[in-house]
Write a protein of this length. Structure first.
Length: 112
């Protein structure tokens, strides 16, 4: 088996899973459920970042995954802001965390 090939498949699938989760934040769900989904997104992104580092995945090999995470985070931000505007639920901490993650991912892409 080819490690780089298998790692690429893993990164593609985990980024697709994160994108699916971010799309779920736009579904008609209770705010507590949306919060849990965003926390799951963040946990998956962190474990993936650790995997990329620990396994010495090249920046080029992780590029698409990082780009998808940025898209997923932007999607989740839009949905969180919409929910926040419609009610008296506050997602400020999650929004700040997602925005910081986007900045971090963009910096990682710049160094690729």
């Amino acid at each position: 088996m080819d490690f780089n090939y298998e790692a690429s498949i893993y990164l593609t699938k985990i980024s697709t899973a994160v994108l699916s989760l971010s799309n779920m934040t736009g579904c008609d769900l209770k705010p507590e459920v949306v919060r849990k989904i965003v926390i799951t997104i963040q946990e998956l992104e962190q474990s993936t970042a650790d995997f990329i580092t620990d396994m010495n995945i090249s920046a080029a090999g992780a590029k698409v995954c990082r780009e998808t995470f940025i898209h997923a985070n932007k999607t989740a931000i839009r949905h969180l802001e919409k929910i926040q505007l419609q009610g008296d639920y506050c997602f400020d901490e999650l929004l700040a965390s997602l925005k910081l993650e986007i900045e971090t991912l963009n910096k990682e892409l710049d160094f690729a």
